[in-house]
Every structure is written in structure tokens, then in C-alpha cells.
Design a binder for this molecule. Structure first.
Ligand code: SIN
Length: 289
């Protein structure tokens, strides 16, 4: 007799093994540099079903990582983080043994401060510490589903204001702590704000998710920061309950592919004195609705 897991796993080209209850699955049985259309379709389906998928023992150059991403959508060029000279749509996330700051070390969803934030992100592990440096993910579907009907109704009426200023504006912490290696404060962009729904509907699955990014928000639309703070902090704490999360331990050659429309992630900064180098490609999304 087949187990529930076997019954659920009716993929033909890939094997999909969930790693936690709320989200996250490891996919095996594929070479990401050699996919046919059916395998691409199954990976897309696994991403939509599991919100973040992981692969091991892959070999990406910047060009092949871009080619992998382009099978799922258009590439996004980061507005503020410089890409590789020859491949401006690819950037590296480097933490040297002497660095204290770790890129992505807050719960966030990528590019929430853009009018059209990232659809998905593809991160490739190049140089990985022996221990530490995991990435955590949380399901914003699960966080939404767990709210009471009254809360869902109330939040459904609200919009949230995101800003590039918290991370990239001239007053951002990165300029004070000297971590903005790639940018001088004189080049800090003009601060701009965008308004997105606090509850968004995923354009492919039709499911509702909280649309939260703790690093990037400013306030609820139409309210002051002080008025917004208690509710937004409560929602952010709710959204990262352990039950809604999974955690990925990287190896060299691992790939994580996450859907920014229904997840947040957190790069754990627990590897002092070690080097970690990742290579990132980001897929363009559309305006949250
Ligand atoms: C990111 O937030 O894009 C980076 C995550 C990580 O390095 O684990």
C-alpha cells in the first residue's frame, strides 16, 4: 500500500520531499542545467505547492543560473546592489570571516519596496561554512490562514507602505556601520514609498497571504508610524511562529528557489570567523493585488 507521501508525490520528472509541515521541499533527480519542458513545469508546480524548493549538488555559472531562472520568468536587476560586471542581473552575497554584518539577516521578502516586487529568488551556495549560515523561511499563507475571521476581515481593508529608505536610504544603518561596501552614502538613492495590500492574493494559486517584510515597512497607509507599530509588530511576530517555518542547511552546490509572494526568509548570522559566498538571481514580479 502507498503511503500518503507517495500518493501526494505524483511527479514524473522529479522527486519532491517536504522538509517541514508548512512549507519547503527538497527536489532530487534533476540537473538544473539540463531540464526539459516537463521538468520545468514540475519544478514550477512544486514551487507553488511548497513555496520554497531546494536542490543539492548543482553546478551553476552566472550564465547557467540566469538561464535556469529565465525558464520561470524575466530576470530582475537589483536597483541598489551592484551585479557582476559581465552579468549585471547576478549578484554575490559575500560574508568574509572578519565581517559582522550579514546580508538578509532579518525576516523579509525581496524587493517589497518596489512597485513590482520580486516574484521569486534563486540562491546558489558557492562557499559554505562548516556549521551555521542556514536560511529560514516562513509561510505567509500559513500565517494568514491561522488568523481569526474577524482579523482577516479587518486586515483585508488595510494597505501597507514600504520604503527603500530603511535599507538603502542615506540614514540606513548600513552606512553607519560601514557595511555598505558596494555603495557610498553620497550615492544613496532618493527615498521612495510604495503602497501594497497587507493581504495579497497570489496571482497563480489564488490563495491569500499576509504581505509582510519586517525590514522594509514604514507604516499602515493612512496612519502614523506610531499608530501602525503595535499591529505590524504583532503581525510580524505571528508570521514567524516556528510552526509556519522551515530551515535549510546549505552545502556547496545547493540551490534554494523561493516564492516571494507568499514567504519571508531570514539569513541566520551564526558563523563568525567563516566565509560564506552565495550567488543570487531574482525573478521579476508584478504589482501585488
Ligand atoms: C537574501 O536575503 O537574499 C539572502 C539569503 C541568504 O543569504 O541566506
Amino acid at each position: 500500500m502507498q503511503t500518503a507521501k507517495e500518493l501526494a508525490n505524483d511527479y514524473r520528472k522529479i522527486t519532491v520531499d517536504p522538509i517541514a509541515g508548512a512549507l519547503g521541499a527538497e527536489i532530487s533527480g534533476v540537473d538544473l542545467n539540463n531540464l526539459d519542458d516537463a521538468a520545468v513545469a514540475e519544478i514550477r508546480r512544486a514551487l507553488l505547492e511548497n513555496n520554497v524548493v531546494f536542490f543539492r549538488d548543482q553546478e551553476f555559472t552566472p550564465a547557467t543560473q540566469m538561464a535556469f531562472g529565465q525558464q520561470f520568468g524575466d530576470l530582475n536587476r537589483h536597483s541598489y546592489v551592484k551585479g557582476l560586471d559581465e552579468y549585471p542581473d547576478v549578484f554575490r552575497i559575500v560574508k568574509e570571516p572578519t565581517d559582522a554584518h550579514h546580508f538578509g539577516n532579518t525576516w523579509h521578502t525581496d524587493l517589497a519596496y518596489e512597485e513590482e516586487p520580486a516574484m521569486a529568488t534563486i540562491l546558489y551556495g558557492m562557499d559554505i561554512p562548516d556549521a551555521g549560515g542556514d536560511t529560514m523561511f516562513t509561510s505567509l499563507y500559513a500565517a494568514y490562514d491561522a488568523l481569526s475571521d474577524g482579523m482577516k476581515r479587518m486586515l483585508g481593508e488595510l494597505n501597507i507602505v514600504y520604503t527603500n529608505g530603511n535599507t538603502y536610504g542615506k540614514d540606513a544603518k548600513r552606512f553607519k556601520t560601514g557595511v555598505a561596501k558596494d555603495m557610498d552614502v553620497a550615492q544613496a538613492p532618493e527615498v521612495k514609498e510604495v503602497v501594497h495590500p497587507l493581504i495579497r492574493t497570489h496571482p497563480e494559486t489564488g490563495r491569500k497571504a499576509l504581505y509582510l517584510s519586517t525590514t522594509h515597512y514604514s507604516r499602515l497607509d493612512g496612519m502614523t508610524e506610531a499608530e501602525s507599530k503595535p499591529l505590524l509588530e504583532q503581525l510580524c511576530a505571528h508570521a514567524v511562529k516556528p510552526e509556519f517555518t522551515c530551515r535549510f542547511k546549505w552545502g556547496a552546490g545547493s540551490v534554494a528557489f523561493w516564492d516571494n509572494r507568499c514567504t519571508m526568509h531570514y539569513a541566520v548570522n551564526d558563523f563568525p570567523n567563516a566565509r560564506r559566498i552565495m550567488q543570487r538571481v531574482t525573478l521579476q514580479g508584478d504589482k501585488p493585488i
